[in-house]
Each structure stands twice: as structure tokens, then as C-alpha cells.
Write a protein that binds this ligand. Structure first.
Ligand code: SF4
Length: 351
């Protein structure tokens, strides 16, 4: 398919006069970048961008926060997490609340930091909160292998890693085209997008993150939809190879295996999650601490589940910007840097 310069893409986007089209920006980073770069303000009324489930913190169910709180307060483990997760509300409290009650919650930038902490604190249990998609899962798997290699036994992970392919299938009727998350495809390659096209007739493009790449991707979608034929195009070839990153996928496969898992708002999606393979069970926090199954209860006012499926916009939520703000979040989508509600709050309000 033809690709476009910014000027050409702008002409295509602003000049579109066809029927109403819905494009799902799967990835929360795309949601934020599209706002930040001013691309949303170029869209005519008949081009609608809807949010998808591509924010790992947002799709992690409430029960997971409850598990982490239990590990912090009842098992006195050191909890290591990426920053966003700390303020996500659980059923009764967030990890920030747990910290105020004496829980030892540390922010880390990598599971390797958590592993270092375990090395430095041999008399404490250290648990890394493993939340993420194919992009961050390989390093988590590597941390488990390093723990084994260096005999670090007081390290474990609370796994909530997810994979995108079956989430795409679950949402295949939600939009006219997908804006696929380039960083995930850098690992997984093009195969899943091609399968969506060939099996289900779902159109989409893999998009990068610069203004040029996003404008090109949007223009390719608009032109493609006008052709009337389903299509797929990789608009991020400088990073995404057809086969993706085979070594990263092998690293995941060696340590983890697919399992049915719950996504906030989407329910259980078959084989869309990961768990540690049995031979790594000693590093599985659920097994190590005998955590019972916890069914979390989200705040009934929160519509994150619908936001994550493009069924409503953040600004449709009654508490958006009033009861729910980045300072006082009610749901995960307002907390995370990749959350749609935080993007709408930060950049666009009701755009
Ligand atoms: S505005 Fe807040 S409460 Fe409403 S859907 Fe978004 S995160 Fe949930």
C-alpha cells in the first residue's frame, strides 16, 4: 500500500468525507501520543478514534491489586512494582494505602531491580508484580532465570502478564480497523495481524509513535477503508520485522505458558494470559505464599471496562474529571500513563 508524507496524510485525513469510521487505537501510548501530537484535532467528525485494551495496568483486574496488598500486609513481603500500579484502587485499598499501613512497597524500573533487592535483603521475601504484554514479559522471564542461576530463593513474581492476539479476536467486531501497537508487534511480528485479516477480514495497520508514523498510519487506514476491501499494512517497518523478535518470544516460551485469564471489563479471554511453567513454580508468588483465589470488586461508578472495549468514551463516565481525577483516581484508566481516561483528562476533556 502507498505511504504518505505528513502533508499528504493531513490532506487525506482532513479531507475525508466518506461514511462514519471507527478506528481502535489498541495501545494506550498511541492514545496519549495522538492527543499530544494534535492529531485528534485534525479528525473530521466522521472519523472516530476509540480506545482499546492495550494498557497493561488498565486491564489488570481489581483482584490482582488485592493479592498484592495481601502479600504486602499479611505476608510482609517487599512488593516491587512499576510506578503506575501503586495508585490503582483495589477492592478495599490501593498499594499506596497499603504502604501507609506499613506495607513495604517499592517502585522499580525493571524486574532486575527487584532481583537486586532480593540479593541485598536475603532475610526478606521480594515479590515483583509482573504486569505487562509481550514487550515487558521477556525481561520478567529473564529475571526468573537469573534468580535460579544465582541461587536467589527469596524472589518470586505475581504473574498477570497478558498477550494480545486473543484480545484482538475478542474485540474483532469493535471497530472498522485496528491501529496495532508497534512495540508489541516488534516482539510478536506481523503474523497475528495477518491472521486477523485472513481469518476474520479485520483491517488494521501496525503504527509507530512519531507524528510522521501516526499520520501515515491514519491515512493508510482511511484510504484502505475507502477501497472497500479488508487490508493489513505494516507502517512501522523501521522497527517491526515480519517475524518479530524470535529470541524474545523464545525467552517467554521457555519460562511461561498460555493460560485463560481475566481482563478488566473483558472478562476471561481464553489463552490470553501467561503463567510460570511448573518447573519454575518456586518463583510463583501465588504458590509460594498459598494465596487463595481473590475476586476483586471494582468501584460500581467506574466504566473502565467499557472504555477498554471502545464502548464508551472516558468523558461518558459520570465521575470523569469530578469524582475521578489523576490526583484521586477511581479506576485504573485514570491512573496509568497509558490509560485512556488520563489521556482525555490531560489533553482533551470531551474531544
Ligand atoms: S473516569 Fe475514572 S471512574 Fe470513570 S471510567 Fe475512567 S477511570 Fe473509571
Amino acid at each position: 500500500m502507498k505511504h504518505y508524507s505528513i502533508a499528504e496524510a493531513k490532506e487525506i485525513i482532513t479531507g475525508y468525507k466518506g461514511p462514519h469510521i471507527r478506528i481502535m487505537e489498541v495501545c494506550g501510548t498511541h492514545t496519549h501520543d495522538i492527543f499530544k501530537l494534535g492529531i485528534r484535532s485534525l479528525l473530521p467528525a466522521n472519523v472516530e478514534l476509540i480506545s482499546g485494551p492495550g494498557c497493561p495496568v488498565c486491564v489488570t483486574p481489581v483482584g490482582y491489586i488485592d493479592e498484592a496488598v495481601m502479600l504486602a500486609l499479611e505476608k510482609q513481603a517487599i512488593i516491587c512494582t512499576f510506578g503506575d500500579l501503586i495508585r490503582v484502587p483495589g477492592t478495599k485499598m490501593s498499594l499506596a494505602d497499603a504502604r501507609r499501613q506499613g506495607g513495604d512497597i517499592r517502585m522499580v524500573y525493571s524486574p532486575m531491580d527487584a532481583l537486586d533487592l532480593a540479593k541485598e535483603n536475603p532475610d526478606r521475601e521480594v515479590v515483583f508484580l509482573a504486569v505487562g504484554f509481550e514487550t515487558t514479559t521477556p525481561i520478567t522471564c529473564l529475571s526468573v532465570k537469573h534468580a535460579i542461576k544465582f541461587g536467589i530463593k527469596n524472589y518470586s513474581i505475581l504473574v498477570a502478564n497478558k498477550t494480545m492476539p486473543n484480545a484482538y479476536m475478542a474485540l474483532k467486531d469493535s471497530a472498522d480497523a485496528f491501529l496495532y501497537p508497534g512495540h508489541v508487534n516488534a516482539i510478536t511480528g506481523e503474523a497475528v495481524c495477518k491472521e486477523m485479516l485472513e481469518k476474520y477480514g479485520v483491517s488494521g495497520v501496525i503504527a509507530g509513535f512519531t507524528a510522521e508514523e501516526l499520520m501515515d498510519a491514519m491515512a493508510v487506514i482511511i484510504v484502505g477503508l475507502q477501497s472497500g476491501k479488508p487490508f493489513f499494512e505494516n507502517c512501522y517497518t523501521r522497527v517491526v520485522r515480519e517475524d518479530g523478535n524470535v529470541r524474545a518470544m523464545e525467552a517467554i516460551d521457555e519460562v511461561m505458558e498460555a493460560v485463560d485469564t481475566e481482563w478488566r471489563g473483558l472478562g476471561i479471554i481464553p489463552m490470553s494470559g501467561l503463567k510460570l511453567r511448573d518447573r519454575f513454580a518456586a518463583y510463583d508468588a501465588r504458590k509460594k505464599f498459598g494465596i487463595p483465589e481473590i475476586k476483586g470488586v471494582p468501584n460500581p461508578a467506574c466504566r473502565c471496562g467499557e472504555v477498554l472495549q471502545g464502548k464508551c468514551k472516558p468523558s461518558d463516565c459520570k465521575v470523569f474529571g469530578t469524582g475521578c481525577t489523576p490526583q484521586h483516581p477511581v479506576g485504573a484508566c485514570m491512573v496509568s500513563d497509558e490509560g485512556a481516561c488520563s489521556a482525555y483528562y490531560q489533553y482533551g476533556g470531551a474531544i
